[in-house]
Design a protein around this ligand. Structure first.
Ligand code: ZN
Ligand code: ZN
Length: 155
């Protein structure tokens, strides 16, 4: 049976988010978004009044990031990454429309530490930038939670 990507409608052949009905190309962007989300969790956690993170906060933040990027691209007359941002928008729109789906991905993969059980909406994550990789560790026990390929400087 042919499986279709729920974001772009193309056929799914493998990829990290195959189980979540997402093709590898949209999956790469989803991975970038998740990396941003985890960075945000880590950043929030460092603040004094940290009291958990909600999905609404994430989507609002990501929307602002994309608007900002497009604004600067206009200024500098860059267009090489236009396709990337076009698809980025598409993935964001999907997240906005189907939050349950995104929440499920987060809950099943990035919400609690598989080693010590820390809850990352309440307890801290540590982010480490290692060359082109962003590595995410449990702030409580130090286990590697995920790593994301991020050759771009700052989104
Ligand atoms: Zn897709
Ligand atoms: Zn842990």
């Amino acid at each position: 049976m042919v499986k279709l990507c729920k974001i772009c409608g193309e056929e799914i052949v493998g990829g990290k988010f195959e189980d979540y009905e997402t093709c590898p190309i949209c999956g790469d962007i989803l991975d970038d978004i998740i990396a941003k989300y985890l960075e945000m969790v880590a950043m929030k956690c460092a603040q004094q009044e940290f009291d958990g993170i909600t999905l609404n906060m994430i989507i609002k933040y990501l929307d602002e990031v994309v608007d900002w990027v497009e604004f600067f691209e206009d200024l500098e007359e860059f267009s090489s990454d236009a396709k990337y941002y076009e698809r980025f928008r598409m993935v964001l729109n999907k997240l906005d429309l189907d939050r349950v789906w995104f929440e499920k991905i987060i809950k099943e993969n990035y919400k609690t530490c598989p080693a010590c059980g820390a809850d990352f909406t309440r307890q801290c994550l540590d982010i480490e930038k290692d060359g082109d990789w962003v590595k995410v560790y449990c702030g409580t026990c130090g286990k590697l939670i995920s790593k994301h390929y991020a050759p771009k400087t700052e989104l």
